[in-house]
Design a protein around this ligand. Structure first.
Ligand SMILES: NC(=O)CC[C@H](N)C(=O)O
Length: 358
C-alpha cells in the first residue's frame, strides 16, 4: 500500500441529504476520524470475494472517502476527517505511535469542541497501538480504535457497522474515563486486555479472563465495567518528545528451547527481553541460563506467558535473579510497557511496581 506521510486535518464533511433540525445538530457529538490504514481503509480491485489479496493489490481509501460511502454516520455525529498515514498495521511502530499521539493532541488543542476521536487501524497490531496510546495519550476525550476483518468491497463486510459503532462509542457520554477502547463486532474492549485471537472470524477480538466492558445493540451503547489500572492523563509515560524507545524483543518459549533466541536477541542489542514463557511463567533450564547471561550484560528480563490468558507467576529462583512478572499482560503488550519503563528505569523493584500498576 502507498504510504502517505501527510498529517492533515480536512474540513468537516457536510452531511449528505436533508439538513437536520438545529436541535438535533446541538445534540450530536463532534467526532474526529483519523485514518491510519488497515483493512477498514482498503478496497479490493479483484471483486467482492477477495478477502486476502486486497492488502497488497487494493486501493487505499482516505477517511473522507470512507465517510462518503457511509452517509448514515452523519445522523450520529458531526465528522471531522483527519488524514494520517494509510499503512498496513504490520508496518506500524514507534514513529506512527508518536505521530498518532501528536495528532490526537493537535486535534484536542485546535478543536476543543471535538468530543471524541476514532482511529481507523489495521487489526494485526491494533491491540499494541491501543495499549501504547492508552499509556501515553494525555487528552481527556475518548479515543476508540476500529478496524475490520473484511474490506468494504467484500461480501458481508464488517467495515461499515464497525465504523458506525465506533463513532457511537466515541460520542457516548460514559466513554470518558474508560481509557483507549477497541470496538469491533458490536463489542467494546479495554485497551489493556484486548487481543486479536482469530485470523479471519468477525469475532476476532477478545479480552481473555475479563471479557468486554460494553456492547452496542440496535445502536445503543451500554457499558458494564471500567478499567482500574493507571493510564493516559494519570500515567508517567509520555512519548511526544522521545526520539525512540529502548529496544525490547520477545522470545517465544518452545519444547526443547536451548536459549538460542535469547542469546541472539542480546547480541542484537536488546535492552529488555519479554519471554512468552511456558504457562505459569516457567522456563527451560537452558533458557534460565541464557537469561542469567543476558542479565549479566544488563538486559532486563520480563516474564509473560504463551498461555493466552492468566498471570505470569515467578517462582523464588527466578525472582531471586531479578526477573519481573508481566502480570497478565500478553507478550506484545508487556513489550510496550517494558520499553516505556526502560526509558525511565531498569531497577527491578521499580519495574515490578510499574507492572503491578499499569
Ligand atoms: N484485518 C486487518 O486489518 C488485517 C490486515 C492488515 N494487514 C492490517 O493489520 O493492517
Amino acid at each position: 500500500m502507498q504510504k502517505n506521510s501527510d498529517i492533515n486535518i480536512v474540513n468537516a464533511i457536510s452531511p449528505i441529504g436533508q439538513q437536520p433540525e438545529p436541535s438535533e445538530v446541538a445534540a450530536k457529538p463532534k467526532i474526529a476520524l483519523i485514518g491510519a490504514g488497515g483493512t477498514i481503509s482498503t478496497r479490493s480491485t479483484q471483486g467482492s470475494l477477495d478477502l486476502v489479496n486486497y492488502m497488497t493489490d487494493g486501493v487505499t481509501m482516505h477517511v473522507d472517502e470512507l465517510v462518503q460511502a457511509l452517509p448514515q454516520v452523519h445522523a450520529i455525529a458531526d465528522i471531522v476527517a483527519v488524514k494520517f498515514r494509510a499503512v498496513s498495521s504490520t508496518s506500524i511502530a514507534f514513529e506512527e505511535w508518536k505521530a498518532l499521539t501528536q495528532t490526537v493532541d493537535q486535534i484536542a488543542a485546535t478543536q476543543p469542541d471535538v468530543d471524541g476521536v476514532v482511529i481507523l487501524h489495521g487489526t494485526a497490531t491494533m491491540e499494541e497501538t491501543a495499549y501504547m496510546l492508552h499509556l501515553t495519550c494525555k487528552v481527556n476525550i475518548p479515543i476508540v480504535l476500529v478496524g475490520a476483518q473484511r474490506p468494504l468491497s467484500a461480501l458481508s463486510s464488517d467495515a461499515p457497522l464497525n465504523l458506525l459503532n465506533a463513532v457511537r462509542v466515541a460520542g457516548h457520554a460514559q466513554t470518558r474515563g474508560m481509557g483507549v477502547l477497541v470496538c469491533l463486532n458490536d463489542e467494546i474492549h479495554a485497551a489493556r486486555e484486548v487481543t486479536k485471537a482469530s485470523t479471519a472470524r468477525l469475532h476476532a477480538f477478545r479480552s481473555p479472563d475479563f471479557g468486554i466492558i460494553g456492547q452496542i445493540d440496535a445502536g445503543e451503547v451500554a457499558f458494564y465495567r471500567q478499567p482500574l489500572r493507571r493510564w493516559g492523563p494519570n500515567s508517567q509515560f509520555d512519548i511526544r518528545d522521545m526520539k525512540q524507545l529502548p529496544r525490547v524483543d520477545i522470545a517465544y518459549a518452545y519444547a526443547g528451547d536451548d536459549g538460542a533466541v535469547i542469546r541472539a536477541l542480546v547480541n542484537t542489542g536488546a535492552k529488555g527481553i519479554v519471554i512468552a514463557a511456558f504457562a505459569g511463567g516457567r522456563l527451560s533450564t537452558a533458557q534460565t541460563s541464557a537469561c542469567r547471561e543476558a542479565q549479566h550484560k544488563g538486559v532486563v528480563i520480563v516474564l509473560s506467558t504463551r498461555a493466552g490468558s492468566g498471570k505470569a507467576m515467578i517462582d523464588a529462583q527466578l525472582q531471586s535473579m531479578g526477573m519481573v512478572a508481566a502480570d497478565n499482560l500478553n507478550p506484545q503488550k508487556a513489550r510496550i510497557l517494558l520499553a516505556l519503563s526502560l526509558s525511565q528505569t531498569n531497577d527491578p523493584e521499580q519495574l515490578k511496581h510499574i507492572f503491578a500498576s499499569y
